[in-house]
Design a binder for this molecule. Sequence first.
Ligand code: GDP
Ligand code: ZN
Length: 349
Amino acid sequence: MAPTLTQPWWPRALGLTRPALDHYHRGLVNPATGIADTDPALPFGCAAGLLVASGRGGTWEVELDGQRLRCRLRDSVRDDFDPLGRLVVGDRVVVRPGSEPGRGAIEARLPRRSQVGRGRGEKAPTLIAANIDQLVIVLSARMPEFTLHTLDRYLTIAAAAEVEPLVVLNKSDLDDGTVQAEVEAVYPALGYRILRTSVTAGLGIESFAAALAGCISAVVGPSGAGKSSLLNAIDPSYRLRIGQVMAMGKGRHTTTGSRLLRLDCGGWVADTPGIKTLGLVETDLEPMALQHLFPELDALFGTCRFANCTHRSEPDCAVSRGVAAGRIAPSRHASYQRLFDELEAARRR
Ligand code: GDP
Ligand code: ZN
C-alpha cells in the first residue's frame, strides 16, 4: 500500500494548502530557478532515479531501473546545488546515463514529497532524508517499558516532518494484553495504523514486511525496542550489511554518510545517523502549531473561549472540556502539555 499524505491536520501546520502541494508534486524543479516546471516530461535521453547514497568525493549513487549508477552533478548545475546541503538520500533525480557503463550525471532534482531535517532558528535545516513515505515507530511492550508519552512524542515528530506514521508494538510476547489494550483504546480511532509484532514468537512479521514493501521508510524508536531485529526478520542480510558499513567507517571513511537500503520485500529503509536521534525540538515547531499535530485537538481548533488558547489551564477550553467528557484521552492531553512546555522552553533558550 502506498501511504498518502492526506492527514487532515498536517497542511495547516505547514501553512500549505493541498492545491499548492499538488502543483509542487507534479513537475520538475528547474535547478537554476527552483521553480517547478509542470510538464512531467523528462529531458531527452534522461531517466528518473532514486538517490540511495550520499556523495563521497562528489559522487552520488543513484538506483535506476534496478541498476546502480555512480553519478556526478552535471557541471552546469553544480553551482546551483549545494551538493551537501541540497541533495539528500531519497531525492528523486533526473539522470543522464554516461558513456561509461555504471556512470551518469545528475541533471536536476524532482520535487520532494517530504523532507526530514534538523535545524533551529535562522539556520537552514540540515536535511537527513527526502521523500520518506512513512516513519515506522517501533516500541516494545516491555524492555524497555512501553509508555504512551513516548508514542505521542514520536507521532508528533512524524507529523511535524509531514510523514505518515506506522506504529509497531513489538515484543508482544512479553505483553499480557495491557499495552495492547491501552493503545487500541485511543489510537486506531485517531486514524493511526498499528501493527503488533513479536520477533521471538514470529508474530506479525509478514504484515510488517507488507507494510514496508514498495515505499521508503525511516525506522525510529527507543534503543532495544527491536528495530534491527524486525528488519533482520524480514531481510536476513540487513544486519550484515549494516555491520559492513560500520566496519568500513573505522577505516579510511570516518563518516559513513546516509543511505537507503533495499529490503527483500522491495521497500527501502533509510539508514541515516540523524534519524534515530531526531528530537521534537529540532523540528523547529512553533509551540502554537503543536495542537494541529494532535488530530483530536486540531478538530477543536477555534472553539475555545480564547482564540490563542494553549489548552493548558485557560478557562472555558474546548480541549479540557473534551477530556472531562471522556472524548479526549487524558494521556494525550498530558502529552500535549508536556511537549508544549518543552517547545516553549526551547524557544527561550
Ligand atoms: P534495537 O536497538 O531497537 O535495534 O533493538 P534490537 O533489535 O537490537 O533488539 C534488542 C533486544 O530485544 C535483543 O536482545 C533482541 O533479541 C530482543 N528482541 C527483539 N525483538 C523481540 C521480541 O519480539 N520479543 C522479545 N522477547 N525480544 C525481542
Ligand atoms: Zn483551549
